[in-house]
Design a protein around this ligand. Structure first.
Ligand SMILES: Cc1cc2nc3c(=O)[nH]c(=O)nc-3n(C[C@H](O)[C@H](O)[C@H](O)COP(=O)(O)OP(=O)(O)OC[C@H]3O[C@@H](n4cnc5c(N)ncnc54)[C@H](O)[C@@H]3O)c2cc1C
Ligand SMILES: *[C@@H]1O[C@H](CO)[C@@H](O)[C@H](O)[C@H]1NC(C)=O
Length: 460
């Protein structure tokens, strides 16, 4: 029997129907303490799953291969759920596949690779949910060829982890939406085409949102899970940076599809390039890098509403530079050339085929690559669930429980530490005098600090 608790919010508003927002909603629905709570999810996209959201794409890598062992552990928790491939299970109906993951790097750039190998080996040895016999260090070009099936691959160091896999991202989001509708019934409202124009405040308290169409929605708790768009709604003061990442698709033949379908994902960390096994004769090549930034000026609410003498200053906006997503733009030449070069390296015989589609997909990067999952330090009814930093998707089955733990103040201190609101001094030490222009999680390659508009202007 759960006692009525006056502290349980009566109405929770979730901004964003991606992995973080939907995962949180599913977790709330599973907990009896919230049986009397109404939940509203708003998303600016008229179409859900949102084709421009970071959580929607052909595929996402699901791997415990992290240099930081706590993410490895969390990924293993998620994978246990992914491996339920019954129709109702997380991984059912083709949502999850496990052909392995091969991580390579050139000499001198292999630090992340060997740290990730240490993480998975130590967890496998400790019976941490990984099969040790499925992890193999690769010491030569020939080893890498054999492990991946890619004939032409260069490079001579890396490792294979056949405990890892990938998820069909779009169908995972569709599955979560369906479950929310079924498990939430009348308690949950999902509003698509509902763009939050601004958060509403009464003093320091966040009281809800105003939508672009003028509607206002009041809530006791607002959860900001707007992915790379999060810094457009509240000034996160250098804690989240939208970075545009490049990807492209080429068409492949039935024979090529059959040959590549069950190969492991291969990722070359020196260049950040990766290929996930294709489906439906479409091969995706993508870069996990520092990405493009798109700085714009956005209004910021005055930070000091009270003067020293206690007088309330009038509401006032100042403008700050923030990198935000720009939707619907093609990949700049720089990115197209880099993707081509990687195709030449991995699949030379198909490298000159036209791209059937290119896309810039936006990461919500934090300086350390850790998520930002915490109450806003000043607005206590505003909870931040964002900062996916290009690796958040795999945690879809477990991140909601962690977010709800954090809302309740029960998050494992290990995660609470990683996902906290870091102080300015700590952040400045991480990104240095240039300011925050790229994520320093050790896994990024390619040029840093490229400005999207400049790259778009280049024609050769
Ligand atoms: C190209 C690419 C490859 C990736 N690869 C991997 C991978 O292999 N493995 C992995 O684990 N992770 C990967 N990631 C990272 C992962 O996809 C993200 O961390 C995760 O999906 C983020 O989910 P989210 O819910 O925070 O954001 P999103 O899915 O973007 O959801 C945010 C939602 O908020 C909505 N929104 C924004 N602003 C507003 C507003 N003002 N009003 C209303 N709604 C709003 C948006 O419409 C959007 O639907 C990748 C990301 C990208 C871009
Ligand atoms: C990474 O890619 C580059 C360029 O495609 C290539 O020169 C290099 O050998 C690759 N490294 C590994 C380890 O595969």
């Amino acid at each position: 029997m759960v006692e009525a608790d006056s502290k349980v919010p009566q109405h929770i508003l979730v901004i964003g129907a991606g992995a973080f927002g939907l995962g949180t909603t599913l977790s709330l629905l599973s907990k009896p303490a919230y049986n009397a709570t109404r939940i509203t999810i708003v998303d600016s996209s008229t179409q859900l799953p949102n084709p421009s959201g970071s959580s929607v794409d052909a595929n996402r890598i699901v791997r415990a291969d992290y240099a930081y062992v706590h993410y490895s552990r969390l990924a293993i928790e998620a994978q246990k759920l992914c491996r339920d491939t019954s129709a109702q299970g997380c991984g059912g109906e083709g949502r999850y596949h496990e052909p392995g993951f091969v991580l390579t790097a050139d000499a001198g750039q292999g630090a992340y690779v060997s740290q990730a190998l240490d993480s998975v080996l130590s967890l496998a040895a400790a019976d941490g949910g990984l099969d040790l016999s499925k992890i193999k260090e690769l010491h030569s070009q020939n080893d890498i060829r054999k492990a991946t099936g890619y004939e032409e691959v260069s490079g001579s160091y890396g490792y294979a982890n056949y405990n890892s896999g990938w998820a069909d991202a779009e169908s995972c989001v569709a599955y979560a939406l369906k479950r929310i509708q079924k498990e939430g019934g009348d308690r949950v409202t999902i509003k698509s085409g509902a763009r939050v124009e601004r958060l509403s405040f009464s003093g320091d308290e966040c009281t809800g949102v105003e939508l672009a169409d003028g509607e206002s929605i009041k809530a006791d708790l607002v959860i900001l899970a707007a992915g790379a768009w999060s810094p457009t709604l509240i000034d996160l003061q250098g804690r989240c940076l939208a970075t545009g990442q490049t990807l492209a698709f080429i068409d492949i033949t039935d024979e090529e599809q059959a040959a590549m379908a069950d190969r492991p994902t291969i990722m070359n960390l020196s260049r950040g390039m990766f290929i996930i096994p294709p489906r439906d004769n479409k091969l995706k090549i993508a870069r996990h890098g520092f990405g493009y930034i798109n700085p714009v000026q956005i209004p910021r609410r005055n930070i000091q509403p009270r003067l020293a003498n206690g007088e309330i200053t009038p509401e006032r906006y100042e403008y700050v530079d923030v990198s935000v997503p720009k939707a619907g733009v093609p990949v700049p030449l720089e990115g197209q050339e880099a993707l081509r070069e990687a195709l030449h390296e991995l699949v030379p015989h198909m490298a000159d085929r036209p791209f059937t589609r290119t896309r810039i997909c936006w990461y919500c990067d934090t300086p350390t690559g850790d998520f930002l999952i915490t109450y806003h330090p000043r607005h206590k009814s505003l909870f931040l669930a964002t900062g996916g930093s290009g690796h958040g998707f795999k945690f879809f089955p477990v991140i909601g429980d962690k977010i709800v733990d954090a809302i309740e103040g029960n998050l494992d201190p290990l995660y609470a530490r990683e996902w906290r609101w870091r102080c300015d001094e700590e952040l400045q030490k991480i990104y240095g005098p240039e300011g925050f222009i790229g994520c320093e999680d050790g896994s990024r390659a390619g040029p840093k600090g490229m400005v999207l508009e400049d790259e778009m202007a280049r024609t050769r």
